[in-house]
Ligand binder design. Structure first.
Ligand SMILES: O=C(O)C(=O)C[C@]1(C(=O)O)C=C[C@@H](O)C=C1
Length: 441
């Protein structure tokens, strides 16, 4: 009877439950035993664990062992103990809720960033998902792949800095990976000059950091007369200074990096511009569903035929509808860097073929944005239109019948409340298509 009562209790407190194991005062070996039995049937767990439920009682009150010798006494005692346990309903396991699996605070979200702990990108990831588990990646591309391979839920990557400008590598990677922009986060970046404990900034001969961080502190660093050396990220620079132990070598990195790697802060806020803000994109496997309930931002990428005013006309489709553009960026198309134009019978002119990236302030659920995009497409012949609400769709725009490879990609970027929506989409299955195949269509 005692074993039966305990077994019901123990079944309810299998390791699948959060509660109960520690309540039983199990020691480590017992826990190990218990976890070895995880996959066993509930009844097996009961047998293994029932004795543990009784053991502490015996240890504390050895006289009970004698009492148990008289018939029925042990049963009554254990029955009473069992009832006592059951009185506290908080000890019983709680059913899993959807919130537990996908809590609104983002505590279950794994977020990849480029760099080591202490990098600004890590701070941006935490700003986007305050309770997330951050996953450092050595390169931007590794962060993209980590999301694609389901190793993490999201990636937070820098795209633009108010002083240093665009982070072109991530523009290029956006085209080569089928991830979706699901939000953005802005971070005030306050750079510190770090050195070994006791070092002075006048002693420094060289300073290490990410090229953007060095560029953002150009005036300070040139006034110090130091040589600058690029590293993959600012936290790596701090780690290198700490591990090499060179007094004449400093790092531009965050105060958190100083703390993590045991360095002194030799100077604070050394960026040339006080308002040094980096914009980070939050990337996920699933697109953001556009709405009109709050401010949205949409990003597109397209290319245009050569000719006077073509970019002006392309941008006019937004101006005509009162849609505000927040960013325009152009990048040479790597696959077709040169365009040969034979327009005057006097030989061939060579131009770079560009991709244009535009961010505009409207949701794709807003008819103005839909008309603007249709208008943009109508100015060239459009092939391969996919669902216009899907991000990173690839369209082929063609003017004058020439064969062109042109991508026009819609990205729905939710400025506010992105966390809620991104969490709600994270359980969906997503098929990662090969973008390069699409370009060849
Ligand atoms: O090196 C870091 O700590 C980073 O997070 C990278 C990075 C960047 O790529 O621009 C991020 C923000 C700052 O603007 C400087 C560097």
């Amino acid at each position: 009877m005692a074993a039966k009562a305990a077994s019901i209790w123990v079944c309810a407190k299998t390791p699948y439950s959060h509660q109960g194991v520690s309540d039983l005062s199990l020691n480590h070996s017992e826990l190990a035993l218990n976890s070895n039995f995880r996959k066993w049937e509930c009844s097996c767990l009961a047998v293994a664990s029932a004795q543990r439920a009784i053991t502490p009682v015996e240890d504390e009150k050895p006289s009970l062992t004698c009492a148990a010798e008289s018939s029925g006494a042990m049963e009554r005692i254990e029955d009473n103990k069992s009832r006592e346990f059951h009185k506290d309903l908080n000890l019983l396991p709680k059913p899993l809720t959807a919130n537990y699996l996908s809590p609104p605070d983002g505590s279950k979200v794994r977020v990849a960033y480029q760099g080591l702990p202490g990098a600004y990108s890590e701070a941006a990831a935490v700003k986007a998902y305050p309770k997330c588990e951050t996953v450092p990646c050595d390169q931007f591309e590794a962060a993209f792949k980590a999301v694609e391979l389901w190793l993490v839920d999201k990636a937070v990557l820098p795209i633009e800095n108010s002083v240093g400008g665009s982070i072109h590598r991530n523009y290029d990677l956006l085209l080569h990976h089928r991830l979706h922009i699901v939000g953005e986060v802005q971070l005030q970046v306050n750079h510190c000059l770090l050195g070994l404990p006791g070092a002075r900034k006048e002693e420094l001969k060289r300073v290490l950091s990410h090229y953007q961080a060095l560029a953002q502190c150009e005036m300070t660093l040139s006034s110090l007369g130091v040589i600058t050396i690029n590293t993959d990220d600012s936290a790596l620079a701090a780690q290198m200074v700490a591990s090499t132990g060179l007094r004449d070598t400093g790092a531009v990195a965050s105060a958190r990096a100083a703390n993590i790697y045991g360095l002194d802060i030799l100077a604070e806020k050394i960026q040339d511009d006080d308002d040094n803000i980096t914009r980070f994109l939050i990337l996920g496997r699933e697109p953001m569903i556009p709405g009109t309930d709050r401010p949205y931002k949409t990003s597109i990428v397209f290319t245009l035929e050569e000719g006077p005013g073509v970019l002006f006309k392309a941008l006019a489709v937004f101006a005509l509808r009162g849609i505000n553009l927040t960013k325009i960026e152009s990048r040479p198309q790597k696959q077709r860097p040169l365009r040969i134009v034979d327009d005057s019978n006097e030989g061939s002119a060579r131009y770079f073929d560009y991709l244009f990236y535009i961010d505009f302030e409207a949701s794709m659920a807003d008819p103005r944005a839909q008309y603007a995009l249709e208008h943009l497409k109508s100015r060239s012949r459009v092939y391969g239109v996919e669902n216009p609400f899907r991000k990173y769709e690839t369209l082929k725009l063609c003017k004058s019948g020439k064969t062109r490879n042109i991508g026009i990609d819609d990205e729905m970027v939710k400025l506010n409340s992105f966390r809620k929506s991104s969490l709600s989409t994270r359980t969906y299955t997503h098929i990662v298509k090969n973008r390069s195949n699409q370009h060849n269509r």
